[in-house]
Write a protein that binds this ligand. Structure first.
Ligand SMILES: CC(=O)SCCNC(=O)CCNC(=O)[C@H](O)C(C)(C)COP(=O)(O)OP(=O)(O)OC[C@H]1O[C@@H](n2cnc3c(N)ncnc32)[C@H](O)[C@@H]1OP(=O)(O)O
Ligand SMILES: O=CC(=O)O
Ligand SMILES: [Mg+2]
Length: 360
């Protein structure tokens, strides 16, 4: 049964911290995955602090079954020994139907709960999964004496999860956001792909056939094709569900590490539709995500001009031949607010945005 509105912000265990009323808008352009049980990767984590918005210790898929405990302990060690500064530390625990999820949550919350910001829960099917995690986290927070509630991020990677997307977002005040999990989602939906995210050359639309002088279609003549985005529908649903509930949508993994161009395109589609970040699986993908999910200097300059010209934000003005009004100024405010959040943690970006004032 759904909790009453009054109970929604009450702690779910005696001694647990009060739930957040609002999810803080912290920059999270790249959520960088590392395997804490892989010595080489783990050794790089302290040097990566400050170079990426989020470092995520991954315990789920991509960690071999025999290494699950090692990865969990590796994350505890990293959490204890690293000063993360403004970089957030997230984890992805094993799925709730696995033999590891309970120990993942119990160990991480009690050992490094004060260092962790967000717990990513994979393969979320419905509100019941979030309710389970919500109560368990409250009990563990109380046990560990934590003063700040942990946030929860759900991966959308089952057909049932997509069908229940709104109730998942609404299930707990801990809900921070959703990520698209295109690999598991493709398998669960029985899509006929074998990739981790990105497009597919077979998913396309084809230009109509040219016609000859008599109007007869030339079916064997040249016709352009345009590859389509397999993920448009799901990302659009995520964006609406997240916006409705005051939480944040993210594109997930892009598995073709060498195809940096297509990765950038896929991330940009997600950014333009409303996502705030994407996963980085390899150090090479961090710069791509930072570039794509930071508004361009040109867009910020334009947005500031519109805001300045619109005064109190009502009415209509012409700028460079285009009509701007109450609705476009709101889009500009979204752009400028994001630029300000990012400038606060990224000195290079701040310098670029500050330059706009000089040129204006
Ligand atoms: C569908 C899903 O669930 S997606 C999420 C789960 N998947 C993951 O988390 C995958 C994470 N990434 C990886 O495991 C690796 O990047 C791989 C397997 C994709 C590629 O690894 P490699 O073949 O070693 O890549 P490559 O040789 O280019 O690595 C270069 C260096 O970067 C390091 N590196 C690679 N990936 C990472 C990473 N994610 N974080 C930190 N360092 C990394 C390597 O250890 C290597 O270090 P070295 O120069 O000291 O030897
Ligand atoms: O976990 C991510 C996915 O794409 O599956
Ligand atoms: Mg997955």
């Amino acid at each position: 049964m759904t909790r009453s509105a009054k109970d929604f912000f009450a702690p779910l265990a005696v001694g647990a911290p009060a739930p957040l009323r609002e999810i803080p808008a912290r920059p999270s352009r790249a959520i960088h995955f590392f395997d804490p049980g892989n010595e080489k990767m783990a050794a790089k984590v302290p040097q990566m602090v400050g170079t990426v918005d989020v470092l995520l210790g991954n315990l789920e898929d991509a960690v071999k079954a025999e290494n699950k405990e090692k990865a969990r302990q590796g994350l505890v060690d990293i959490g204890r020994s690293t000063d993360f500064g403004k970089t957030q530390l997230w984890t992805r625990v094993n799925s709730l139907d696995s033999p590891w999820a309970l120990d993942d949550l119990t160990t991480l919350v009690t050992e490094i709960g004060d260092t962790l910001d967000v717990i990513m829960v994979p393969k979320v099917q419905g509100a019941e999964d979030i309710h389970y995690v919500d109560r368990l986290l409250a009990q563990l927070e109380a046990k560990a004496g934590l003063t700040k509630p942990l946030q929860v991020h759900a991966i959308l990677e089952t057909a049932r999860g997509v069908a229940n997307i709104e109730e998942i977002c609404a299930a707990s005040p801990r809900m921070q956001g959703l990520s698209l999990g295109p690999a598991d989602l493709a398998a669960d939906r029985r899509m006929k792909t074998t990739r981790v995210g990105g497009g597919h050359p077979g998913y396309l639309v084809r230009q109509d056939p040219q016609r000859d002088d008599l109007g007869v279609p030339q079916y064997d003549g040249p016709r352009a094709t345009y590859q389509q985005d397999l993920w448009h529908y799901t990302i659009a649903r995520m964006v609406d569900a997240c916006a409705m509930h005051g939480i944040y949508p993210y594109y997930g993994p892009f598995g073709d590490i060498k195809d940096t161009v297509a990765c950038e395109d896929q991330f940009r589609n997600a950014f333009l539709l409303g996502c705030v970040g994407a996963w980085s699986l390899h150090p090479a993908q961090i710069a791509i995500a930072h570039k794509v999910f930071s508004p361009s200097v040109e867009d910020v300059a334009h947005a500031r001009r519109v805001i300045a010209a619109m005064g109190d934000g009502t009415g209509a003005v012409m700028i460079d031949g285009k009509m701007e009004d109450d609705a476009s100024v709101k889009q500009c405010q979204v752009m400028v607010a994001l630029a300000e959040e990012l400038a606060a943690i990224d000195p290079d970006l701040k310098a670029q945005y500050d330059q706009i004032e000089v040129q204006a």
